[in-house]
Ligand binder design. Structure first.
Ligand code: NAI
Ligand code: MG
Length: 355
């Protein structure tokens, strides 16, 4: 069959890493002997598009995207456009409108990559951050200039939204995921000692849902303590479920602990499959290295593997992961992980190791 994929490279290194992921998937498809193919359509949306049109994406962009099997995304953001405008105008717009309420972000060691954490045991870091991706702190609720008293006295309000349904579905998702992993454990993260409404609701829903999964170990940890735990006791974690903001921060910490932000993959899932899901590296547009051929493509290629999983091509996803592993083990590494290779060399090595 043919999988129709919308590619949105957007800004900065987004273009380089999306091209990398496409090259790997196309090589993979070629070796499938025609059993399945990828049909790519690339969209020019992003900050450059905004400068020309005043919009981050086509007016009917969501309608166009709706017909695809998946969206493969680079990164959005460029110094010429305020970050909240670019992020809300494209990435968050897609996530929210396509109800991609589960953001899955696996973190693990890569052979050959030195982690600031690396201990003798390579399995010490192997977890998945499950991020609530539709509400919480990124619900977009609030306003500016609420005092009405002008400069110097401005009051701004940013409200978090926690619904019982929203909490329950992401927590159940985390438990179901934990059942597929070698260690059946879910760690729930909040700051419910200080945030006494929404996060207390989250904790209560977590405790209730946990009763349906007696075979899964659980813990509830405050986010400040959890960030320490990421560093000090990573071996105790398997699935970590948290609200939008907390999980966003924790997953950057996690990918840095694995060795680089450039390694981390993610999937924004609409688990009911009513809308397309979106696959993207965790990192941003990296303006400091954009266009230089230095970007680490592993996060984007790993995200392509998550897309293969979503298509039901589990063996092919495993092949891509194996090829990534062989590549890093062989020492073909970009600068962010201590090597000297360019993006293209890493891509070539991954493709070679697909065989
Ligand atoms: P960033 O992730 O772009 O960069 C942080 C650091 O990591 C930089 O030193 C960068 O060079 C390095 N880095 C990132 N990706 C890399 C890769 N693939 N290979 C090697 N090194 C890599 O985060 P920053 O600088 O905070 O944000 C830059 C722009 O990206 C902003 O406009 C921000 O809003 C946007 N952004 C977009 C995201 C998205 O589209 N999902 C996520 C995070 C930030
Ligand atoms: Mg982030």
């Amino acid at each position: 069959r043919t999988f129709r994929i919308a590619a949105i490279p957007a800004d900065g290194v987004g273009a380089e890493v999306v091209a990398a992921g496409r090259a790997v998937l196309d090589a993979l498809a070629q070796s499938s002997g025609g059993a399945w193919t990828f049909d790519w359509t690339e969209f020019p949306w992003g900050c450059g598009y905004y400068e020309k049109t005043g919009r981050m994406m086509d007016e009917d962009g969501l309608k166009i995207l709706e017909g695809f099997d998946a969206i493969y995304f680079g990164a959005v953001g460029w110094p010429s456009v305020p970050d909240h405008v670019s992020l809300w105008g494209l990435r968050l717009r897609i996530c929210q409108n396509f109800d991609q309420w589960a953001n899955v972000r696996p973190v693990h060691f890569h052979p050959g990559v030195t982690s600031p954490l690396r201990k003798a045991d390579d399995t010490a870091l192997d977890w998945v951050v499950v991020r609530e991706n539709s509400e919480g702190e990124y619900a977009g609720l609030g306003g500016r200039n609420l005092s009405g008293r002008g400069p110097g006295n401005e009051v701004a309000l940013q409200t978090s939204l926690f619904t019982e349904r929203g909490c329950e579905r992401i927590i159940r998702f985390a438990f179901d995921l934990a059942r597929t992993r070698p260690r059946r454990k879910v760690s729930s993260v909040t700051k419910s000692n200080a945030q006494q409404y929404g996060m207390v609701l989250w904790d209560e829903v977590f405790a209730r849902v946990a009763e349906d999964y007696p075979d899964v170990e659980t813990e509830s940890v405050l986010v400040d303590a959890m960030s320490a735990k990421f560093v000090l006791h990573p071996e105790e974690l398997s699935v970590v479920v948290a609200s939008n903001l907390n999980a966003d921060i924790l997953s950057d910490l996690g990918s840095a602990l694995a060795g680089s932000l450039g390694l981390a993959a993610s999937a924004n899932l609409n688990p009911q499959r009513r809308f397309p899901s979106m696959f993207e590296p965790v990192h941003g547009s990296a303006p400091d290295i954009a266009g230089l051929g230095l970007a680490n493509p592993i996060g984007a290629i790993g995200s392509a593997a998550l897309m293969l999983d979503h298509f039901g091509l589990a063996d092919e996803a495993a092949r891509v992961r194996k090829a990534i592993e062989r590549t890093t083990a062989s020492g073909v590494l970009t600068r962010d992980v201590g090597g000297t290779a360019g993006t293209d060399e890493v891509v070539a090595a991954v493709i070679e190791h697909l065989a």
